[in-house]
Design a protein around this ligand. Structure first.
Ligand SMILES: Nc1nc2c(ncn2[C@@H]2O[C@H](COP(=O)(O)OP(=O)(O)OP(=O)(O)O)[C@@H](O)[C@H]2O)c(=O)[nH]1
Ligand SMILES: [Mg+2]
Length: 300
């Protein structure tokens, strides 16, 4: 699922044109107002005021002589803002357990379907666990995705206990020789304490079924919401100790700049990005390419 260079052309296209047109309009970094305008551009691109000031100052300190040099410096500084943590999924365990959660409609079920497909293609044997027991349609949707991905699924009953479904799913996976369990959960707001508590229970019970589970605790964020996701992410992270972010709907969005603010504030690495609704539209997130796509010198 590594994104080839050309895939990056699909990332945050509206953010990219916003920054690139803005950068072209800034003129030369030798002009006194350049860095002030750069900072303003970053703020307008949803990078957040404190971080925008920091990045603009860091670019200035490198004394670029041309716009291209300033963009190179900007690309580097953006890479430095992004979390230095490893980006690959860490999947020890037998089976390895991946828990997927986030607010309603963020793209959890779609992500689990895409991830199952990607893992199968890479030679793993994933079992999808449909633990969204709130809605019969939620379970059904997960089953449809599993079928599309050509992987098996384990489903709970509507109205059932999602933690019990997770536990049974992990046991079933081990008994039947699956090496990975992907758990899809019901959407919930971070402010619904009892529902967040229920997710914590899913995590706790998973650990009883397999030591160290969930090995990946993935918070799915809709990238088109921009920095509005920050408070959401903070609370989910506190409750569930997220090991990675999945940025969905990163195709098209005008709010791609928020990725910088979210990562720098939370220190959770974006591990995967969703670039569309198709089964192949999930890719590994790569900081250098992300920075280059949005800010780097060169074409476009
Ligand atoms: N453009 C685009 N659309 C996406 C992406 N990921 C998901 N979607 C769309 O977002 C909508 C919601 O996706 P779901 O996977 O059902 O979201 P969910 O988080 O499971 O929703 P609930 O279970 O209701 O909380 C669907 O229309 C998806 O096709 C993405 O990366 N890009
Ligand atoms: Mg769902």
């Amino acid at each position: 699922m590594d994104a080839e260079p050309r895939i990056w052309n699909r990332v945050a296209t509206r953010t990219r044109s916003f920054f690139r047109e803005g950068l072209r309009a800034l003129g030369s970094p030798l002009a006194p107002e350049f860095y002030f305008s750069l900072e303003e551009l970053l703020v307008a691109g949803d990078v957040g005021p404190a971080l925008s000031a920091r990045v603009a100052a860091a670019v200035r300190a490198r004394r670029p002589l041309s716009l291209a040099e300033a963009q190179e410096a900007l690309e580097d500084e953006v890479v430095r803002v992004l979390s230095p943590a490893a980006r690959g999924l860490d999947l020890p365990g037998n089976p390895a357990v991946v828990l997927v959660y986030g607010i309603n409609g963020a793209g959890k079920t779609t992500t689990v379907g895409k991830l199952a497909h990607g893992m199968k293609t890479a030679g793993r044997r994933p079992l999808v666990v449909a633990a969204d027991t709130y809605r019969a349609a939620g379970i059904e949707q997960m089953l449809v995705w599993a079928e599309r991905a050509g992987v098996e699924a384990f489903a709970g009953k509507p109205g059932g206990d999602s933690a019990a479904v997770a536990f049974d799913g992990i046991q079933a996976a081990r008994a039947r020789g699956f090496d990975t369990v992907l758990i899809d959960t019901a959407g919930r707001l971070q402010t619904q304490h009892n529902l967040v508590e229920e997710l914590r229970k899913v995590a706790r019970v998973s650990a009883r079924a397999e030591e160290g589970a969930p090995h990946e605790s993935l918070l799915v964020l809709d990238a088109s919401l921009g920095q509005n996701s920050l408070s959401q992410a903070r609370i989910f992270h506190q409750a569930l100790n997220a090991t990675g972010l999945v940025l969905t709907k990163l195709d098209g969005t005008a709010k791609g700049g928020s990725v910088l603010a979210i990562e720098s504030e939370l220190g959770i690495p974006a591990k995967l990005m969703g670039l569309g609704e198709g089964i192949g539209d999930l890719y590994a997130f790569e900081p250098r390419w992300f920075a280059r796509t949005l800010f780097g010198p060169g074409e476009e």
